[in-house]
Design a binder for this molecule. Sequence first.
Ligand code: ADE
Length: 237
Amino acid sequence: MNFYILTLFPDMVMQGLNTSIIGRAADAGIVHIEAVNIRDFSQNKHHKVDDYPYGGGAGMLMQAQPVYDAYQSVAERIGRKPRCIYVTPQGSRFTQKDAKEFALEKDLILLCGHYEGIDERVLEEVATDYMSIGDYVLTGGELPAMVMVDAISRMVPGVLSNQESGSFESFEDNLLEYPQYSRPEEWMGKKVPQVLLSGHHKNIEIWRRQQSILRTKERRPDLLEQAQLTQQEKEEL
Ligand code: ADE
């Protein structure tokens, strides 16, 4: 899968994505991640990319032309107009479901805003999706774009090893993942739950499911409302 990140801070994005599992996947050619510097497309002799908003107000806006030309450089090179996510606090909330859906794309453009945002006219031309990573405002779209590229890449076949992808994950079935333990059996006087040492796979499965439900109830009651629980599980709650 190919990611093209349109940004004013290409180094920030690339440095954040070339390590660990995503870096390994990029080295292996399973994903291709490329930052496109919007400033390279400025037609201004000082390479300016921003200007004051009409109507007044605080801050500067990114201008349409450099953003559009950066987008076009990718679209022309790959011979099509791929989906283009504008990362913005005004977008719909990015979820695991979205990560899975975007992972089906062959090419994906992520557009990072800065300053007070981007001239609306170019967004109308290029953006197919408006996505936020949460209800808080960051200084730019780079961190959200990195978050999305990471979450989407994990869902691309071959990015996670069998070991990494085999297990239950948080948000599957709208439940959070159960607690996990490794050696030693006792640490600071705290013992690993007996059932996990029992080797009884069915009981372990039942215990983990109960723990998932309890954890979700405590930490994310909003999610639990959408989880598929059996009648017995609902009564136990
Ligand atoms: N840009 C600034 N804040 C953001 C957020 N929360 N999500 C996506 N893009 C953003």
